[in-house]
Design a protein around this ligand. Structure first.
Ligand SMILES: Cc1cc2nc3c(=O)[nH]c(=O)nc-3n(C[C@H](O)[C@H](O)[C@H](O)COP(=O)(O)OP(=O)(O)OC[C@H]3O[C@@H](n4cnc5c(N)ncnc54)[C@H](O)[C@@H]3O)c2cc1C
Length: 486
């Protein structure tokens, strides 16, 4: 299917945060896209709250971060408190990031900010448009969409299902969604409180009655998340929230009024494959898990951050099969780790076993003071520690790369960045020039902020690095790129 035969390049199904972020990335990159959404407007629910430093860095590279910083309540500490006793207090201020905090932004605000940015870039959402089915054909995909009762056909190069936990795209592809469910329901409530607890600290409260977490949305507004064995009514009342807080929360907090509340059931599931030919799934369509840890939306946003540049290169006829396949190879290990960690946390915080509780309450105060634990905790929660070691398109640890030249939306796009330290060696200079000439559309030389050679991918991860600036290392870069670039 030629570009002229297609209605669009990428059909994005679902305008939740993940679909909206992908649409923004398409708009920034000049990729044609259609973003269809079955609802008639964005959801008004505040659901996911926490935006972690690595997601803020991705927003920064995508030119979107400013309004999120203005809207956010900044959290810089996490406390573990049980029965009035502080088991741990950990600073959360990762020094290596320009965003050393968790940005608390209600999901409806996140969606609004992403939509506003998309509209500024000339894009929009097609509301009242439901993805029905699709099939590959003619070198692309033909999709059927119900647009306010009328069935229309769309031709695209790729379809990305960002259509949430009940994803029609996932069902179409027959991708098993394996995992399990938590036995209890979860209570979620946004409440106005007194100022008894600090507004920059998140509290995790383990309890034999089930875990409870308190996320500060402002000095006085809190998001309460707790498991609940016996839900009462259609939505949690202020009275029920107060009882749950009295049983499990620090005494200092007092719930004064209720903004919004809901019950929900949680599963921990993920697909075994994120891609089938020209179809991809991302976000809740691909993985769902416990809200303790607040990683759900962040993981979805980083799925599409990983995918967007690969689709961009594919549409410019520069992506080899290995590049598209690497989306799943890189994201699935991250997804499994997030599900494993949040599952462990949910179980440990709510264990009914007295022995396990005693062990937990004895171990947390000791371990949480240890520098290696604090470092690992910050790396994990901030998502700055995510790396793509073992990826077929990476050599070495695949760590995050950051310098200020990446920021602002124009710092990094479809090109890999080749950072090379100074060399006086003529063969090495010639090898660098020949490498840049070999990949004129996908490789760009950038003044180094480090010594040696660093090859940075368009999503700010290191594909290759060498402490030596020599022709052999540059030859390595060439063969690595040849394996992934068509
Ligand atoms: C009550 C609740 C509380 C939560 N709390 C937290 C939290 O504290 N922290 C956290 O990280 N996560 C939380 N989550 C999860 C978080 O909301 C999700 O991870 C996040 O919304 C995922 O974004 P998404 O874009 O992948 O999917 P969604 O936000 O589900 O968006 C999918 C979109 O696709 C649309 N759609 C579906 N089918 C079709 C179709 N066939 N055609 C067109 N459009 C379609 C839907 O209408 C929807 O707008 C919570 C979820 C719920 C329900």
């Amino acid at each position: 299917m030629n570009t002229a035969d297609r209605d669009t390049d990428i059909l994005i199904v679902g305008a939740g945060p993940v679909g909206l972020f992908l649409a923004n990335e398409c708009a920034r990159r000049g990729i044609r896209f259609r973003l269809i959404e079955t609802r008639n407007a964005q959801s008004e629910h505040s659901k996911a709250l926490a935006i972690f430093p690595r997601t803020l860095e991705a927003f920064d590279m995508a030119g979107l971060v400013g309004p999120f910083l203005d809207a956010a309540n900044r959290v810089t500490a996490v406390a573990v408190i049980t029965h009035g006793r502080r088991l741990a207090h950990m600073r959360f201020e990762p020094e290596q990031s320009p965003y050393p905090f968790v940005a608390m932004v209600p999901q409806n605000v996140t969606e609004r900010l992403l939509l506003e940015a998309l509209r500024r870039r000339g894009g929009d959402v097609e509301y009242g448009s439901t993805f029905l089915s699709a099939e590959p054909g003619g070198g692309g995909v033909r999709a059927d969409v119900d647009r306010s009762g009328t069935r229309v056909s769309l031709r695209a190069a790729f379809v990305v299902g960002c259509d949430g936990a009940h994803s029609a795209v996932r069902h179409l592809l027959h991708l098993p969604f394996e995992g399990g469910s938590y036995p209890d329901s979860f209570l979620l409530a946004d409440v106005e409180t007194n100022e008894g607890l600090p507004g920059d600290e998140l509290q995790l409260c383990p309890s034999e009655r089930g875990p409870l977490a308190i996320f500060p949305m402002s000095a006085t507004r809190r998001r309460i998340v707790a498991t609940i064995a016996a839900p009462e009514g259609d939505a949690p009342s202020l009275d029920l929230v107060r009882r749950v807080l009295a049983e499990r929360a620090p005494r200092e907090i007092e719930a004064l009024s209720l903004h919004w509340s809901s019950y929900f059931r949680i599963h921990h599931r993920h697909v075994g494959s994120l891609r089938s030919g020209r179809f991809f799934v991302a976000g809740d369509a691909a993985h769902i898990h416990s809200p303790f840890g607040g990683q759900g939306m962040n993981t979805g946003l980083q799925d599409v951050w990983n995918l967007a540049w690969k689709l961009d290169l594919a549409l410019r006829n520069h992506a080899g099969e290995a590049l598209l396949e690497s989306y799943g190879a890189e994201r699935l290990p991250v997804i499994r780790t997030v599900i494993g960690t949040t599952d462990l946390m949910t179980r440990a915080m709510g264990t009914p076993s007295r022995i396990a509780q005693a062990l937990r309450d004895a171990i947390i105060p000791m371990v949480s003071r240890l520098a290696p634990f604090q470092h690992a905790f910050v790396e994990r929660l901030s998502e700055l520690g995510i790396a793509y070691a073992g990826s077929p398109i990476v050599e070495g640890p695949g760590r995050r790369y950051w310098d200020d030249s990446l920021r602002g939306g124009a710092g990094i796009r479809e090109r890999y960045l080749l950072m090379t330290g100074e060399t006086e060696d003529a063969p090495t200079r010639r090898a660098a020039e020949s490498l840049l000439a070999r990949f004129p559309d996908v490789l760009e030389a950038r003044s180094p902020s480090t010594t040696g050679i660093v090859l940075v991918r368009p999503d700010g991860y290191v594909a290759f690095e060498s402490p030596e600036v020599d022709a052999a290392a540059l030859d390595h870069v060439r063969s690595l790129l040849e394996r992934q670039i068509a």
